[in-house]
Design a protein around this ligand. Structure first.
Ligand SMILES: N=CN[C@@H](CCC(=O)O)C(=O)O
Length: 414
C-alpha cells in the first residue's frame, strides 16, 4: 500500500497561480490570480490545495502534514518551464562567438564549416556517459534557478547511431536529476557533411531507422526540424514530418530564424510549436495567430547573435500564444538564463508581467503538450518555486537577479 505524505507550505505572501488564463493573446497583470497570505498543501507529488494559510492550517495539522514554515516574505510561482534547449552537447564555441563579434555572421560561419557542425564533431567524440554528466550538470543549474521542466534536443549527432546516443543520454540524465527532461529528436538540425547521399536520403534513414527505436525504447515523443538556408527546405522535410505524424509524434519546428518559411511548415503540419521567429513578418504572425501552433521566442539566441528579438508584442496582439525559452546551446545561445532573458525580452517588447510569467509557465507547458504542470492548482504536479520577495513584480523587475530560495519538484524540496 502506498503511504500518503502531506506537506504544508506557508505562509506565502503572494501565490501567483497562473490559473484560468487564456492560452492565446495578450494578458494584463490584473488577470493574474494572486492569493495573499497563501499556503500550498501537497499530497505526495501533487498539489492538493492552494488557499488561505489560516483557513487550511488546522486541516494540515490534523492530517499530520510536514510543515514547511516560511519566515519572511515569499512569492510562489509554479515551477518554471524551459521549452526549448540544446543542453546535451560537448565542447565550446567561444571561437564562433569571437568571430561573430568581429563581423562574421552565424550563417557565414555555418557555410564555412563551423557552427553547428563543430559541436557535432565534438559531441560525437564524447562517450554517452560524458553527455549524461554534462546534461545533468546543466539541468541542475537550471533547477537552482527554479526551472523544473526542461526540454532537451538531440541534433548534434546527425547519424542514426549518434542521434540515438544523444537521446539515450538525455533519458539517462533524466534519471539523475530532479528536473523533468523532455527529449526531442532534432536529427533534422542540419544535413550531415559526412552523409554521402541526398538530404532526403538522410532524412529517410532517420525516419526508417531512428523513429521506430524512439517508439520502442520510449526515447522521445517529439520530432523537430530546422527550416533554414543552411539546414532543410520545406520540400525536404515534407515526407519526414508526414511519417512522424503518422507514427504519432508531436511536431515542432525551428522556424523563421533568419528567413521565413518555417512557420508556414509548422502551421501546415499542425506543429505544437514554432520556435525562433526572429524574421517573422506580419504575414507569418497572422498565420501563427490563426493556428493552434504556439510561438516560442528565444531571446537568448538574439542576445547571443546580436540580432533582432522575436516580435513578441505583435504575436500577442494578433492573438497568438507565446512561450519564451532559453535555447541554451553552445552556439547561438550560450548563456542559458531563462528568467533574465524573458525579463529583458519583456522590456524590449513591452510585455506585461502576466505575459512574461505565462510564457515560462502555463504557455510553456502547452508548448510541450504537458497538461499536468505550469499552474498552482489542485491536481497539478507539486512543482513550486519560492522567491524571497513580497511582490511578484520584483521577479521580472530584477531581471533575473532575484533567485528562488526554495524549489520543490514533485513535492520534494530540491
Ligand atoms: N538554429 C538552430 N539551432 C540552435 C543553434 C544550435 C547551435 O548553434 O549549436 C538554435 O536553436 O539556436
Amino acid at each position: 500500500m502506498q503511504t500518503i505524505k502531506h506537506t504544508f507550505i506557508g505562509p506565502i505572501r503572494q501565490a501567483v497561480t497562473m490559473s484560468n488564463l487564456p492560452l492565446k493573446g495578450a494578458l494584463k497583470d490584473e488577470q493574474l490570480e494572486v492569493i495573499s497570505e497563501a499556503c500550498i498543501l501537497i499530497k505526495n507529488d501533487k498539489i492538493h490545495q492552494v488557499g488561505n494559510y489560516w483557513d487550511l492550517y488546522p486541516e494540515a495539522q490534523s492530517i499530520g502534514a510536514e510543515m514547511v514554515n516560511l519566515k519572511g516574505d515569499f512569492v510562489a510561482l509554479p515551477g518554471l518551464i524551459d521549452c526549448h534547449t540544446h543542453i546535451c552537447f560537448d565542447g565550446s564555441r567561444a571561437q564562433d562567438y569571437a568571430m561573430r563579434n568581429s563581423g562574421k555572421s552565424y550563417l557565414e560561419i555555418a557555410k564555412a564549416g563551423g557552427g553547428i557542425w563543430d559541436t557535432v564533431t565534438q559531441t560525437r567524440k564524447a562517450k554517452q556517459e560524458k553527455l549524461v554528466h554534462l546534461t545533468v550538470q546543466r539541468a541542475n543549474r537550471h533547477l537552482k534557478d527554479g526551472i523544473t521542466t526542461i526540454e532537451v534536443k538531440s541534433g548534434y549527432g546527425l547519424s542514426v547511431a549518434e542521434e540515438l546516443k544523444m537521446l539515450r543520454a538525455v533519458n539517462e540524465a533524466n534519471e539523475s536529476t530532479y528536473a523533468d527532461l523532455i527529449p526531442t529528436c532534432l536529427a533534422a538540425h542540419i544535413p550531415p557533411k559526412d552523409f554521402q547521399r541526398t538530404q532526403r536520403d538522410y532524412l529517410k534513414s532517420i525516419s526508417d531507422e531512428v523513429f521506430p527505436v524512439l517508439k520502442a525504447e520510449g526515447l522521445a515523443n517529439r520530432i523537430d526540424a530546422f527550416i533554414e538556408e543552411t539546414a532543410f527546405t520545406a520540400d525536404d522535410i515534407h515526407s519526414y514530418f508526414q511519417k512522424a505524424k503518422e507514427m504519432g509524434f508531436d511536431i515542432t519546428v525551428h522556424a523563421d530564424q533568419f528567413h521565413t518559411g518555417g512557420s508556414q511548415v509548422a502551421v501546415s503540419f499542425g506543429a505544437i510549436s514554432a520556435d525562433h521567429l526572429e524574421a517573422s513578418t506580419d504575414k507569418e504572425i497572422a498565420l501563427l495567430a490563426q493556428s493552434d501552433t504556439i510561438a516560442v521566442a528565444l531571446p537568448g539566441a538574439s542576445m547571443g547573435l546580436g540580432v533582432a528579438y522575436t516580435p513578441a508584442r505583435k504575436l500577442l496582439d494578433a492573438c497568438a500564444s507565446l512561450a519564451i525559452a532559453s535555447d541554451w546551446n553552445p552556439g547561438s545561445a550560450p548563456m542559458g538564463d531563462l528568467l533574465m532573458q524573458a525579463a529583458v525580452l519583456g522590456t524590449f517588447k513591452k510585455l506585461s508581467n502576466a505575459e512574461i510569467l505565462a510564457a515560462i509557465t502555463t504557455r510553456a507547458a502547452a508548448a510541450l503538450n504537458l497538461h499536468d504542470r505550469g499552474q498552482l492548482n489542485s491536481g497539478m504536479l507539486a512543482d513550486i518555486v519560492l522567491f524571497p520577495t513580497a511582490d511578484y513584480r520584483e521577479i521580472t523587475y530584477q531581471q533575473g537577479r532575484l533567485k528562488p530560495s526554495k524549489v520543490f519538484k514533485r513535492g520534494i524540496e530540491v
